[in-house]
Write a protein that binds this ligand. Structure first.
Ligand code: FES
Length: 292
């Protein structure tokens, strides 16, 4: 038996091309997506002629590079604190391991010191889940890693589409809860940034401080522009007129939200930048540039 291809349109599938309600829903591997009988039977994989694959390819390269760097740094368990200027990298904050140097442990040392347990074991898994379940990152890695779909008007790389209604993708709903915890961790990062103004010789400002500030600003912008934050500020309200304060917050967050993708990438970049800078100063590769 031959399978009708684009050159030999399947009469049964074509009959649904008019969008009649009587078209039988497909089952099996062709269920859903562009293979629905109500969709035009186009032979080409896509009609797009531009290099739509460039963005997903760049996304894969950058995310893999960032994750590789992050894993190496987290398990290095060294060069995370600059004693002289009290710089603590966010990759090790809060530093709760009994292996942390005392000055870096702003919230105490109580988690086990083991080569396979990050010094910031309380925050890193949480932040990973927060970013993994982020609405923007979901779009980015669904498109780039899973080709689901790789771009607009390009068919899904998979024959079936089940959305996020089943395990494990239903766990993406955890995002709204991790938002609160991620916001608490940004508060901790902010506290680290403030403490970094008081070095061994008292108040001072160096390039490390400026990078720490830049990073914290980016982290706040990313966190406050979160879709869950937008819901927290303005969701479940029937009348904004009765909640003027929440309306203001919602308006503010909504404006930030339009740039959520930008903040997602910027904050990823500043995290790596601040960590690399602190590692360099702590390792003695270069000195911190002091202004005051
Ligand atoms: Fe991206 Fe919440 S949607 S952090």
């Amino acid at each position: 038996m031959t399978t009708p291809g684009p050159e030999q349109p399947d009469p049964e599938r074509q009959s649904g091309g008019t969008g009649t309600a009587t078209a039988a829903a497909p089952s099996g591997p062709l269920a859903g997506g562009v293979h629905e009988p109500t969709r035009a039977d186009i032979g080409e994989k896509t009609l797009r002629k531009d290099r739509y694959w460039v963005t997903p390819a760049i996304t894969v390269i950058v995310l893999v590079a960032w994750l590789t760097y992050g894993v190496v740094r987290v398990f290095m368990q060294d060069y995370y604190y600059v004693d002289e200027h009290h710089y603590l990298t966010p990759f090790y904050s809060p530093c709760t391991s009994t292996g942390c140097v005392e000055e870096a442990a702003h919230f105490g040392r109580f988690t086990p010191n083991h080569a396979l347990i990050p010094f910031a074991v309380l925050s890193l898994p949480l932040l990973l889940v927060f970013r993994l379940t982020c609405y923007y990152y979901r779009k980015a890695y669904y498109r780039s890693f899973w080709l689901s779909p790789p771009a607009c008007a390009v068919p899904d790389g998979h024959k079936r589409y089940t959305g996020e209604t089943r395990f494990p993708l239903i766990l993406q709903n955890l995002h709204r809860y991790t938002f609160y915890l991620a916001a608490a961790i940004v508060l901790i990062n902010t506290w680290d940034m403030i403490l970094a103004f008081g070095g061994d010789e008292g108040f001072g400002i160096g390039l490390g401080n400026l990078i720490l500030i830049f990073n914290v600003v980016m982290l706040w912008l990313y966190t406050l522009s979160c879709h869950s934050c937008r819901h927290v500020t303005g969701g479940r309200l029937r009348h904004f007129s009765r909640h003027p304060l929440r309306y203001r917050w919602w308006t503010f967050v909504s404006k930030l939200n339009t740039r959520h993708m930008l903040y997602a990438w910027m904050s990823l970049g500043t995290l790596a930048l601040v960590d690399f800078y602190i590692m360099g100063v702590a390792a003695g590769w270069f000195d911190d540039l002091r202004f005051l």
